[in-house]
Ligand binder design. Structure first.
Ligand SMILES: *Cc1c(COP(=O)(O)O)cnc(C)c1O
Length: 379
C-alpha cells in the first residue's frame, strides 16, 4: 500500500525506530537523513522551522515551546555568564522580566535603551562585554517602529549582534534580515499560528553556524516544540499572508474611527499619517501596518476602561493578541504590570491606555461595536 498524504501527518511520537546498528550510524553520518528522538528533531517541528526560515529568508531555525523560549534561545546563542545585553526600553514585558529576574542572576546583565537612542546614541549604553541589541520591529503597546537599517548599523558598528522580535510585524510586513538583523524571533502564538489556539515560538538565524547553535540550544535546554503544536502552527502559516492583509485593512479603519471620536484622546497606529514613524513604517511594512491599535481614552482612568470593556461585544478583554478574532488588552494591568508607576508614565502607559488586536471579522461590525463602547465611556 502506498499512502501519499497531501499534508504532512502529525508524527505524534517521542522516538523513532532503527532497523539495526548500520542505520544508527547513518543517522549520525548523514545529518538530516533520519530522526532519532523528537526533542532533537521531529518532522512537524522541522516543517515549522523550515516554513518560517523561508518566510524570513534565513539560513535555518529552531521551533520552541513558546515565544519566551525563543527569546531565551536567541539570547543564549550569543551570551555567556559575564556578558551584557542592550534592550529597547519599549519591549514585551516578558522579555524584560526574563532579563531582570532570571538572566541577571546567571550573570547576563542588561541595560535599557530609550527609543530615541536606539539608532543615534547606542554607544552611550554599551559596555566592554555587551554582545547584542534586542528590540522589536513594532513595539508594544505604543506601536513605535524601529528603523531597522539604522539599528543594525548602530549595533554592528559597536560589534553587537541585532536580535529582532518580529512578532508584531510578521514576515509578511517586514523581513528584518533584509535590513541586517542577525537573529529574528517570533512568538508563533501570535500572528504566525494566528488562531489563539497554540503556544509556540521560533528563532531564525541569518547564518548556518548560528542556526546550528540554535538547534543545539533548543535540544540541550529542552526548549523544542511538540509535533501537535508544530502541525497547528504550520496550518496557520498557510493563511498568514491573507490574514495580515485583512488585519491591516481592518486596523486602518478602526484607527481612523478612533482618531475622529471625541471620547478618544490619542491613537497609536503606524498607518495614520500623524504617527511619528508613518513613512518609515510604510517602507518597512510594504504599505501595510498590521493589526495592533492602541488608544488613550479622553477620560484617562481605569473606570472609563472598565466601562468600555463591559460595553464592547466584539473586543473581549483577553491579554494576548493577533488571533483572527478581535480582542483587547490593558497594558498597565497585564504586560506592563511589573513596571513601577513611574516607569509606566515614562513609557506613556497611562490608566486609560487600551490596546486592540483587530481581527479579520467584517469591519462594519467592529466599527459599530467600537462606536457604542466608546459612547459608554462618557457618563
Ligand atoms: C507574546 C509575545 C512574546 C512571548 O511569547 P509567548 O508565546 O507568550 O511565550 C514575545 N514577544 C512579543 C512581542 C510578544 O507579543
Amino acid at each position: 500500500m502506498h499512502i501519499h498524504p497531501k499534508i504532512t501527518p502529525i508524527y505524534q511520537t517521542s522516538v523513532f525506530k532503527f532497523e539495526d546498528l548500520n542505520e544508527l550510524e547513518l543517522y549520525f553520518g548523514e545529518p538530516g537523513s533520519r530522526y532519532l528522538y523528537s526533542r532533537n528533531g521531529n518532522p512537524n517541528s522541522d516543517e515549522l522551522a523550515e516554513a518560517v526560515t523561508h518566510l524570513e529568508g534565513g539560513a535555518g531555525a529552531v521551533a520552541t515551546g513558546s515565544g519566551m523560549a525563543a527569546i531565551f534561545a536567541a539570547l543564549l546563542t550569543y551570551c555567556t555568564a559575564g556578558d551584557h545585553v542592550l534592550c529597547a526600553a519599549d519591549i514585551y514585558g516578558g522579555s524584560a522580566a526574563l532579563l531582570n529576574q532570571e538572566l541577571d542572576r546567571l550573570g547576563i546583565g542588561v541595560s535599557y535603551v530609550p527609543f530615541e537612542d536606539l539608532t543615534t546614541n547606542l554607544a552611550a549604553y554599551a559596555q566592554p562585554r555587551t554582545r547584542l541589541l534586542l528590540c522589536e520591529t513594532i513595539s508594544n503597546p505604543l506601536l513605535r517602529v524601529v528603523d531597522l537599517r539604522a539599528a543594525a548599523e548602530a549595533a554592528h558598528a559597536l560589534g553587537l549582534k541585532l536580535v529582532l522580535d518580529n512578532t508584531f510585524a510578521s514576515p509578511v510586513l517586514t523581513q528584518p534580515f533584509e535590513y541586517g538583523a542577525d537573529l529574528v524571533m517570533h512568538s508563533v502564538t501570535k500572528y504566525l499560528a494566528g488562531h489563539s489556539d497554540v503556544t509556540a515560538g521560533v528563532v531564525v538565524a541569518r547564518t548556518p553556524e548560528d542556526a546550528a547553535r540554535l538547534r543545539q540550544i533548543g535540544t540541550l535546554f529542552g526548549l523544542t516544540l511538540s509535533p501537535m503544536e508544530s502541525w497547528l502552527a504550520v496550518r496557520g502559516i498557510k493563511t498568514l499572508r491573507l490574514r495580515m492583509e485583512a488585519h491591516s485593512r481592518n486596523a486602518q479603519a478602526v484607527a481612523e474611527l478612533l482618531a475622529q471620536h471625541p471620547a478618544v484622546q490619542e491613537v497609536f497606529y503606524p498607518g495614520l499619517a500623524q504617527h511619528p514613524q508613518h513613512t518609515l513604517a510604510r517602507e518597512q511594512g510594504a504599505g501595510r501596518f498590521g493589526g495592533m491599535v492602541s488608544f488613550r481614552l479622553l477620560d484617562d482612568s481605569t473606570n472609563a476602561v472598565s466601562r468600555f470593556m463591559r460595553a464592547s461585544q466584539r473586543f473581549p478583554f483577553a491579554p494576548s493578541l493577533a488571533g483572527v478574532d478581535s480582542s483587547l488588552s490593558y497594558p498597565a494591568g497585564t504586560s506592563h504590570r511589573a513596571l513601577t508607576e513611574e516607569q509606566r508614565q515614562e513609557l506613556g502607559i497611562t490608566a486609560g491606555l487600551v490596546r486592540l488586536s483587530v481581527g479579520i471579522e467584517p469591519v462594519e461590525e467592529l466599527l459599530a461595536d467600537l462606536h457604542q463602547a466608546l459612547e459608554a465611556t462618557v457618563v
